[in-house]
Design a protein around this ligand. Structure first.
Ligand SMILES: Nc1nc2c(ncn2[C@@H]2O[C@H](COP(=O)(O)OP(=O)(O)OP(=O)(O)O)[C@@H](O)[C@H]2O)c(=O)[nH]1
Ligand SMILES: [Mg+2]
Length: 459
């Protein structure tokens, strides 16, 4: 699968920019630049690793650009291969001409993620670290950045490796017993094995549990805005986004479909979902919108339930109980909206005896929104969680951990029930395979191309 031919690609975004970087990697890659690059600094022996050379890029007699080229020796580069980076001016024409020249002298265009795949194949990083490169590029807030950075530095990998080391020891003892099956020997103490398996199961399970937070960190915390028509849901969406994303009007039933957009707060990304107001209606399209609103509630991590303080619904407590039943997983924030209006004074008295905590807000004037967001941040406890613990953010890792956890359960059962060594060995092998898939000790060509094809070209 690993080819040692020379690859090249633009690593900065397509389009016009002050500068652009073209990356080249492969055996003897410096040779393909020689016909085009003219630098006063270049010595007889060529280029030194980790040094930048300023010069002119020529295509025959035509000067294409002034460029700065940084060279990296084999074994000292990102890919592990001899590589260099050309910094040129960020003009589409210049980039195209330079790449054409490189292709003429034997380079080919890199596939998506091919640089990182080469880094993995050359042992520069393991698979979990390679995947962290893509996460780091896509990180849009502090938490996503922290988690990706920790994974890139090997945080997840070292935890997985320590699990594997514990298992490998016992698995090899059990395999050894199989070689002496005639003699009824026991190299691995079943008591110690059971203790190790149980502690490993707890650790694997805790890592697996972190995926709930990891998934929310990576894809944004699903935050549904629910309430009766006209309660101010779309106004709240617009205020939190800081733009007129949804239509606002005093006609009840304005929002028909769900409207989704993201915003960042205190280092976390929230996926806000504005929904159709919930009420009894004969309108078939509005009915579909209300069903969608309830679906959004079922999948939400957080719900803002808005009550219009100028005309609260009569059976409000019953409605809140319904929402709780429909979305038991969600953290519910009940917001009394439009508290900027004077006529709400009587309503406020009404809610003094209310059995739920209430946030007094004005979606329109933004009054009370800071307190609401602070409470939201406190409730999303995974912010604190992320600063000290390894968090799994990748569905592939979670799937492998799930299979490991099941295999550990089977191994524990096998030891407790004194099941023959060959069956126990099989369960231990399955647990080891699951862990190995995360760091790439075990990988298939299909898996690798599936992972790296999702990367950008040039990374
Ligand atoms: N005074 C005041 N008016 C508000 C506030 N929030 C919303 N409104 C007004 O209430 C009306 C309804 O607001 P929307 O945001 O469209 O309400 P909605 O819940 O999205 O309504 P539907 O989409 O019909 O379900 C509009 O006239 C808003 O300007 C508020 O905090 N204070
Ligand atoms: Mg609306």
């Amino acid at each position: 699968m690993l080819r040692d031919d020379i690859i090249c690609a633009l690593s900065t975004p397509q389009g016009i920019g002050a500068l652009a970087i073209i990356r080249v990697s492969g055996k003897n890659s410096h040779s393909i630049i020689t016909p085009f690059f003219n630098s006063k600094r270049k010595s007889e022996s060529g280029y030194n690793s980790h040094q930048a050379y300023f010069g002119n890029f020529y295509d025959k007699d035509e000067q294409i650009d002034e460029v700065l080229i940084t060279f990296f020796d084999e074994g000292k580069s990102f890919t592990g291969e001899e590589s260099f980076e050309i910094s040129c001016h960020g003009s589409r024409f210049i980039i195209q001409r330079i790449i054409e020249c490189l292709l003429q002298t034997g380079a080919r265009l890199a596939d998506p993620g091919e640089y990182t795949m080469r880094a993995f194949m050359n042992g520069r990083m393991d698979l979990a670290q390679s995947e962290a490169v893509a996460d780091l590029i896509h990180a849009e807030n502090k938490t996503m950045h922290d988690v990706a950075m920790r994974q890139l530095k090997g945080g997840l990998s070292s935890e997985i490796d320590s699990f594997r080391d514990e298992l490998v020891h016992f698995a090899s003892m059990i395999e050894l017993e199989l070689d002496f099956s005639e003699e009824d020997v026991e190299f691995a103490s079943r008591k110690q094995l059971l203790k190790m398996l149980e502690s490993l199961k707890t650790n694997v399970q805790s890592l697996l549990d972190s995926f709930k937070y990891g998934n929310a960190i990576k894809n944004g915390i699903a935050t549904a805005i629910l309430g009766a028509p006209n309660s101010g849901k779309s106004t709240l969406l617009n205020s939190l986004l800081g733009e007129d994303r949804a239509i606002v009007s005093d006609i009840a039933g304005t929002t028909r479909d769900t409207i989704e957009d993201s915003f960042n707060y205190a280092g976390l990304s929230y996926r806000l979902i504005d929904t159709a107001g919930i009420r009894n209606t004969e309108d078939s399209i509005e009915k579909i919108g209300i069903q969608k609103a309830l679906k959004a509630a079922e999948k939400a991590d957080v719900i803002f339930y808005l009550i219009d303080a100028t005309s609260p619904e009569k059976d409000i407590e019953k409605r809140i109980e319904n929402i709780k039943r429909c979305a038991p997983q969600a953290k519910l924030f009940i917001c009394l909206n439009k508290t900027d209006k004077e006529e709400t004074t009587t309503t406020l008295d009404l809610f003094k005896e209310f059995k739920y905590d209430i946030f007094h807000i004005s979606a329109k004037s933004k009054k009370g929104l800071n307190s609401l967001l602070e409470a939201l941040n406190d409730a999303t406890t995974w912010t604190a969680h992320s600063s000290s613990q390894t968090i799994v953010t990748n569905a592939r890792h979670a799937d492998a951990l799930r299979r490991t956890s099941e295999a550990l359960d089977d191994s524990i059962n096998a030891v407790e029930m004194n099941i023959p060594g060959d069956l126990l060995a099989q369960d231990l092998r399955l647990a080891l395979d699951g862990l190995g898939e995360i760091t790439g000790t075990i990988s298939s060509e299909e898996l690798l191309s599936n992972i790296f094809s999702k990367f950008c070209i040039g990374k």
